[in-house]
Design a protein around this ligand. Structure first.
Ligand SMILES: Nc1ncnc2c1ncn2[C@@H]1O[C@H](COP(=O)(O)OP(=O)(O)OP(=O)(O)O)[C@@H](O)[C@H]1O
Ligand SMILES: [Mg+2]
Length: 338
């Protein structure tokens, strides 16, 4: 399992027999993965007879009152966002002192596992994934919700609908972020901090964050999907935090020769140290990236006999049958017959 397990004292399902146990009306069937503060199980919702992903939070979090309040509030906000690329939350609650979230079970793998298996992705695939994550993040930002923990482990990659959409991507874990932890002081007692590979400079500095911190993290994720590694790699956590705050990121095209240089400037802007120097939205970033990646492709040869027309061209005339419809709406010069 890619996510770290440091600091979690949640029992492993296999070890303690949570498998087969009923929790809040869900029958635990198998472990899907575990992170720093939770274990996620595949479970059967016995009321609706469907499979769900059931996330159980570490008991020490449930004992912290600030965390519980924040958990309740943020689960509510997250559940209110209805978006094709955000994992739908079905229910969040508490049973026997355990906080849990039931959400859509997403079959497939998280992006961490995809990258570990496949290495750097083809640019087109990386762009397809990035666009879906970006649209989810922008939707969340429109609800004043900042994710704050955008990373491959929170990006779930399921099978898409057809060959033009080979993968359908879900962003997971709104409202369950390190921020919730740091506010409660839990991280100060040596609890799990999580990966620092994708964290924005302003988060490190403890400055207020907005959607642009997700632009930065998405930039780090995109960098990794294209090159196989996040922009900053250092031997220890302090050096890594320093790098996010002060070191210029490496050039994308230097890390993966063959990528167009136009993409370097796009990544540099997404990874700017100051939020106001980044793209204003995640989609703005990803569309710029896509354009840059496509610019690197060999240009399609134009037919030799037809020189490109100069200057702006007038729009084509509507077909004959449609002309009565347009008459009176737009003044057009009368067409000469024939
Ligand atoms: N809705 C879901 N459907 C299927 N698998 C899921 C779902 N949600 C999470 N998972 C799996 O469970 C794993 C563990 O999730 P979890 O959020 O606990 O850890 P993480 O995201 O790796 O780290 P962190 O503790 O920082 O959030 C995920 O990486 C993912 O593979
Ligand atoms: Mg997660």
């Amino acid at each position: 399992m890619p996510g770290a397990t440091r600091g979690t004292d949640l029992p492993a399902g296999r070890d303690t027999g949570l498998l087969g146990k009923k929790i809040a009306g869900y029958l635990v069937q198998g472990e899907l993965g575990r992170g720093g503060m939770a274990v996620v199980y595949r479970a059967r919702d016995l009321r609706l007879d469907r499979t769900v992903a059931l996330k159980l939070l570490a008991p020490e979090l449930a004992r912290n009152d600030t965390f519980r309040k924040r958990f309740a509030h943020e689960s509510k906000v997250a559940a209110a966002i209805d978006h094709p690329h955000i994992v739908p939350v079905f229910e969040a609650g508490e049973t026997e002192g355990v906080l849990y979230i039931a959400m859509r079970y997403v079959p497939g793998q998280d992006l961490r596992a995809v990258l570990d298996r496949e290495g750097p992705l083809p640019p087109a695939k990386a762009a397809r994934i990035a666009v879906q994550v970006a649209s989810a993040l922008d939707a969340a930002h429109a609800h004043d919700l900042v994710h704050r923990d955008v990373k491959p482990g929170n990006i779930l990659v399921a099978e898409g609908t057809d060959s033009e959409h080979p993968e359908h991507v879900y962003l997971a874990d709104f409202g369950l972020t390190k921020k919730s932890l740091s506010l409660t002081g839990i991280t100060t007692v040596g609890q799990f901090v999580g990966t620092l590979d994708y964290v924005a400079p302003e988060q490190i500095a403890g400055r207020p964050v907005d959607g642009r911190c997700d632009v930065y993290s998405l930039g780090c994720v995109v960098f990794e999907t294209l090159t196989g590694a996040p922009p900053f790699r250092r031997d220890d956590d302090m050096a890594l935090l320093w790098a996010h705050q002060y070191d210029p990121p490496p050039r994308l095209s230097a890390e993966r020769p063959g990528l167009p240089e136009a993409a370097d400037a796009v990544l540099a802007k997404a990874l700017a140290k100051a939020p106001e120097e980044r793209y204003g939205t995640c989609l703005e970033f990803v569309f710029a990236l896509r354009t840059a990646l496509e610019s690197g492709r060999p240009a399609v040869a134009a037919p030799a006999a037809a020189p490109a027309p100069q200057g702006p061209q007038p729009p084509p005339e509507p077909p004959r049958w449609a002309q009565p419809v347009f008459r009176g709406i737009v003044e057009r010069p009368e067409r000469s017959p024939g």
